[in-house]
Ligand binder design. Structure first.
Ligand SMILES: [Zn+2]
Length: 238
């Protein structure tokens, strides 16, 4: 199956937190989207890997993505080396996306920057014919996504561009609430973490409102890029 967009996250919920609005919008425009989680988030303060799996599947249904896979790398301890790169390359060659979305280039959780670089490096290597991979005994063809965009999570990074997600924020929040073991729940008996506070939860909306305000729309999500963005015409910009 070929996809237009493949979104990677170090942990299940990274994609929802970073770019669910953009994914919902692209799907509404007819694009095909899939998600690949690098780990099962087994070190998360609340819940368990099994609960996270169920939550991730529920969130995928809300978003309307066609596939969601998990590479089962070690939460907290995966590294950006050949073995891990090859696992990511297999996913890129399997789904042949034009656009890859991946973690923030810099963030509080160390897996985010690691996952960001791992996926970005794999996107490059995936385009080299002599990097050989095979799945179920079948060798895969080289494929390099045209564009790699990094979403943002905890830290307030300066975006290189923003996507208008007005009209998609309710569904975005719904996809995040699917991770009910992780986020704000006044009745939870489990330990607190930085993402379990009401403040964190509300910050999701006020950040998208703030990016939106700056470009004259209600809500927007920000992304960074590793190379210049090009447009065919100045009229392409809103
Ligand atoms: Zn994360």
């Amino acid at each position: 199956m070929k996809l237009d967009i493949l979104a990677f996250g170090a942990h299940p919920d990274d994609v929802e937190l970073g770019c669910a609005g953009t994914i919902l919008k692209e799907i509404s425009l007819g694009k095909t989207v899939g998600i690949v989680d690098l780990t099962r988030g087994e070190l998360g303060t609340r819940g368990s890997a099994e609960i996270r799996d169920q939550e991730a599947n529920a969130a995928a249904k809300i978003l309307g993505v066609l596939v969601r896979e998990n590479l089962e790398m070690r939460d907290g301890f995966f590294v950006n080396d050949e073995n891990h790169q090859l696992e990511v390359i297999k996913m890129i060659r399997k789904y042949r996306p034009e656009i890859v979305l991946c973690n923030a280039i810099d963030d509080r959780h160390i897996d985010h920057a690691k996952g960001s670089k791992l996926v970005s490096d794999a996107c490059f290597l995936s385009g080299l014919r002599k990097v050989e991979t095979s799945v179920d005994g079948e060798s895969q063809e080289a494929w390099r996504p045209k564009l790699v965009y990094h979403y943002m999570q905890w830290k307030n990074l300066v975006p290189d561009f923003v996507v208008d997600i007005t009209g998609f924020t309710d569904k975005k929040i719904e996809s995040i609430i699917a991770y009910r073991s992780q986020f704000y729940d006044a009745n939870s008996k489990e330990p607190e973490s930085p993402i379990t506070s009401r403040n964190f939860f509300e910050s999701l909306n006020y950040r998208s409102q703030d990016f939106g305000r700056l470009v004259g729309v209600d809500h927007a999500e920000g992304f960074t890029v590793e190379r210049y963005l090009a447009v065919n015409s100045l009229g392409d910009l809103i």
